[in-house]
Design a protein around this ligand. Structure first.
Ligand code: FES
Length: 154
């Protein structure tokens, strides 16, 4: 018997359902990663008569979307939420992808702004080490204690 991961690639083009090994081979993910995705509701499979997982071919596009979103730094829970919001749990279409990626790009831009500001604040702390509540912008971000009024707060 030929292992799933060693299936002839030309045969995969014809099949409407794929084993977990075939999905792993085509997507470049480990079988364990696919099982993890499934446990988190990101992908779904059905069981065949032999109780083996079978995935629709569309899972390959779904996995590609998940991988790209992860590279953008989108948390898995947010990816799962976005995919579950699609009608009937469909695999993202081109239009779906445009909408999702635009939203995730906005999130990425916001993270970049936050990290850039943090890096700029860190410049003043390099070589200092005081971690003072009065003067250190990292220790007392945006001077939160000053908004609680004068006097000790600890
Ligand atoms: S460590 Fe001294 S200003 Fe931040």
């Amino acid at each position: 018997m030929v292992a799933d991961a060693q299936a002839d690639p030309s045969e995969l083009c014809e099949k409407s359902e794929l084993s977990v090994g075939e999905v792993a081979s085509r997507s470049g993910l480990a079988v364990s990663a696919l099982h993890f995705y499934e446990s988190r509701g990101l992908i779904a499979s059905a069981r065949n008569a032999g109780n083996q997982r079978r995935y629709p071919r569309s899972v390959l596009r779904r996995v590609a979307v998940i991988k790209v979103a992860q590279r953008m730094g989108v948390p898995l829970a947010a990816i799962a939420e976005a995919l579950q919001a699609l009608p009937a749990g469909r695999t993202p279409t081109v239009t779906d992808w445009r909408r999702l990626s635009a939203r995730w790009r906005d999130d990425l831009d916001e993270r970049i702004r936050t990290l850039t500001a943090l890096r700029d604040q860190l410049d003043g702390c390099i070589g200092c080490g005081c971690l003072s509540l009065k003067v250190c912008p990292l220790r007392n971000a945006q001077d939160a204690l000053a908004q609680e009024g004068p006097g000790p707060h600890f």
